[in-house]
Design a protein around this ligand. Structure first.
Ligand code: ARG
Length: 371
């Protein structure tokens, strides 16, 4: 029979409509990559990760995979279709005419790489050299969706060159100190320069017609302008969270739960002038609950605020990490049903429940929430 695509596989316009199909990452063969500018700027100064690189300990990989598999099963039990990436060999170096790095990162977390907007999945430019080829882990799925779905737009942003001109050398001295970092973040002086468009998909939140994008270490202003030109029917808004000394990926900082309601990290308040579009349209921005932990787990890039990195299943149901009791309690008070997911031992692989997933299909269309 002749090949002809015949169904809608890809459709997702926001972070909260009923989830029907999702990608969950895998921890296989994940590496702590060698030093490189944008990554070094992100690793906290007192982190146990500084100065070491190589494949992550196998027992941590196995444990993370066990949890990710269970998370996938929990989603399936709720009627969500789950796909998994096909890991490439992350121990291989990356060499282009412009840079070399001795290893890659992994196929976690998918949220960083894949941006789903309606019937499109866009592969982000990425901003770490070790993540330059990460889209390859998802190509078998992209190919499959493309063959099934006649409307699916598989897009890739221009691969960046990632030469030294992409990074401010000031950020690379060993001990800058958190005070200096906060000052720089407030001045919007980040590790990446404006040499060329750079963005990670996890710096973008989808609100129907509006895309809200964090300007920080992994997304520069040219990256945001690139998104604006790429999505001409959307309004693209730039946001900053000056309280974050390591601003990468918006999803442990600003978390929409349903139309009209957003959680904001109380240490990374959205500045007043950037709240206007939300307030004018009756949206409430509430402080998220405190994390349950004082420290991230070992060998983890992220902060304790992965507590608020929740996955919304529909406007009444939300997945919260099992140990994050204060966050779960807050959800309960906000009227959401909480699904507990045990995932903390996978945090070291790049993030929490939202990070570890990428949308393929949510019900619903493109609404205008900020008319
Ligand atoms: N920057 C966040 C924090 O450390 C972590 C965000 C992780 N998100 C992600 N999509 N990988 O608080």
């Amino acid at each position: 029979m002749a090949w002809s695509p015949d169904k809608t596989t890809v459709n997702s316009w926001n972070e909260w409509d009923p989830l029907r199909h999702v990608i969950v990452g895998r921890a296989d063969d994940c590496h702590i990559p060698p030093e490189e500018p944008a990554l070094d700027a992100k690793v906290p100064e007192d982190s146990d990760m500084r100065g070491q690189w190589g494949k992550r300990p196998q027992e941590t990989i196995d444990r993370a995979n066990e949890l990710l598999d269970k998370f996938a099963d929990q989603l399936r039990a709720r009627g969500v279709k789950v796909d998994r990436p096909t890991p490439i060999d992350h121990s291989l170096p990356v060499t282009t005419p412009d840079f070399h790095t001795a290893s890659q990162f992994g196929c976690m977390p998918p949220r960083d790489v894949l941006l789903t907007v309606g019937s499109e999945i866009l592969e982000a430019t990425m901003s770490y050299r070790c993540r330059w080829f990460e889209y390859l882990n998802y190509r078998p799925l992209m190919q499959q969706y493309w063959e099934e779905d006649p409307k699916f737009r598989h897009e890739a942003a221009p691969k960046p060159r990632l030469t030294d001109a992409d990074y401010h050398p000031d950020y690379l001295s060993e001990k800058i100190g958190v005070e200096k970092r906060l000052q720089w973040a407030a001045e919007k002086f980040f590790v990446t320069t404006e040499e060329e468009p750079l963005f990670d998909a996890a710096d973008v939140l989808r609100f129907g017609r509006d895309l809200v994008v964090q300007h920080g270490f992994t997304t520069n202003l040219k990256g945001i302008e690139w998104l604006r030109r790429h999505f001409p029917d959307h309004r693209v808004h730039t946001v900053n969270f000056p309280g974050d000394p390591y601003p990468i990926h918006i999803d442990a900082t600003f978390t929409p739960l349903r139309p009209g309601l957003i959680l904001n990290n109380p240490q990374r308040r959205l500045p007043d002038d950037q709240r206007e579009m939300f307030h004018k349209n009756g949206w409430e921005i509430v402080d998220s609950a405190q994390p349950a932990h004082n420290q991230p787990p070992p060998l983890c890039y992220s902060s304790v605020w992965l507590s608020m990195n929740v996955l919304v299943l529909d406007p009444k149901t939300v997945c919260v990490e099992k140990s994050e009791v204060y966050q779960a309690d807050q959800m309960d008070k906000l009227g959401l049903e909480v699904v507990e997911v045990d995932l903390r031992d996978a945090y070291a692989f790049g993030g929490g429940l939202h990070c570890s997933t990428a949308d393929v299909y949510r019900e619903g269309g493109c609404e205008d929430y900020f008319p």
